[in-house]
Design a protein around this ligand. Structure first.
Ligand SMILES: C[S@@+](CC[C@H](N)C(=O)[O-])C[C@H]1O[C@@H](n2cnc3c(N)ncnc32)[C@H](O)[C@@H]1O
Length: 205
């Protein structure tokens, strides 16, 4: 399958998790080279946005929906050295394993909570809680998996922002007093498509 066939418009639609797994299974071999050609900025922007909070974070961190490990590499580059990763697509996960940057990796099932409540001080979800990937409701499960005071750093790309469901869940969590937005900025997501994303750093309250 060519990269064009995967990227447009199949990627950013609401669909069953089995179809999402199929899309990423077919894309796994070429994912890194495709994105290097296109310019994929959200993982680097997330890592950059995390720098002011880094000294507040201890213990292992979780790269939720780690894919082939591009997001883990960005986290490693800013100094995180105990990174866990999980994903629902085995073929993506195997690529992440080959990179040797994760201290723990596991295959999860769609709808699985990322971890037991209060497990992590930082969870990153780069391009994962998005239209065409994990549903908006998973945001609440991801918050559950954080310690109080812990951080969640994620990106919502333009199609996800237009969908509104994702911001609705985030707003609900803020109004319920479970989350506080520390940083939010729109910037580049995919260079060749001129697509942007909001990078958001949230603290669990
Ligand atoms: C756009 S890729 C992002 C991968 C990586 N974070 C990156 O920045 O390159 C989306 C990833 O989310 C995974 N995914 C989709 N739904 C998920 C879910 N419910 N739980 C965990 N991972 C999921 C997909 O298998 C895919 O690897």
């Amino acid at each position: 399958m060519t990269d064009k066939a995967i990227m447009t418009p199949k990627l950013w639609t609401d669909r069953a998790p089995e179809e999402t797994i199929q899309v990423y299974k077919e894309w796994a071999d070429e994912y890194d080279s495709d994105l290097a050609k296109r310019g994929y900025y959200s993982p680097l922007r997330i890592a950059d946005a995390l720098k002011p909070y880094q000294n507040m974070i201890s213990g292992p961190i979780l790269d939720f929906g780690c894919g082939t490990g591009i997001s883990g590499e960005a986290l490693q580059q800013i100094g995180f050295d105990d990174i866990h990763g999980t994903d629902i697509t085995d073929e993506m996960l195997k690529k992440a394993e080959d990179k040797g940057i994760y201290s723990k990796l596991w295959l999860s099932q769609p709808g699985d909570a990322p971890a037991k409540p209060g497990t992590y001080d930082l969870i990153v979800a780069a391009g994962v809680i998005s239209l065409g990937a994990a549903p908006a409701e998973i945001l609440s499960d991801v918050l559950d998996a954080l310690e109080i005071g812990g951080h969640l750093a994620l990106s919502f790309n333009d199609p996800t922002l237009e969908c509104l469901n994702y911001d609705k869940v985030l707003d609900h969590e803020i109004k319920a007093g479970r989350a506080k937005v520390l940083f939010r900025e729109h910037g580049p997501h995919l260079g060749d498509l001129n697509m942007g994303s909001d990078v958001i750093v949230i603290q669990k309250t």
